[in-house]
Design a protein. Sequence first.
Length: 149
Amino acid sequence: MELEKEIQQARFESEYHKLMLNILFTSNWLSLKHMQRLKPYGLSPQQFNILRILRGQYPQSATITLLTERMLDKSSNASRLVEKLRLKELVERCECPEDRRAVNVKITQKGLDLLKKLDRLASAMNKDLETLSEEEARIVNQALDKMRG
């Protein structure tokens, strides 16, 4: 549906103003769908992101710094998210051999098993975007990459 109808606004200051609002609106729309799909599993999108990063590192562990650098939501508190995942037994903290004061994080088998179930969910999330052709998706990706420069 057109942005004008979604937010009930007929005119915009410029195409750039409309683009900014359209990106923000679409981002929030996708985030809400993502949250709704993860809610039955007791995960937030940020926790899901950490689990996926850790699965990519598996069988190695990861530092909190690495998690923070790779997270999609840079404003998230990775340490707090890791603690919530630890309480759910989806990750474990391990001592860093190079620096005993540092703590590394590793995904548990329970976390890997949960992600295996959620892989189907990732496919469903991609389907939200399949109203675009592959070529249109490539063009949007290039435009967004260019915008962030």
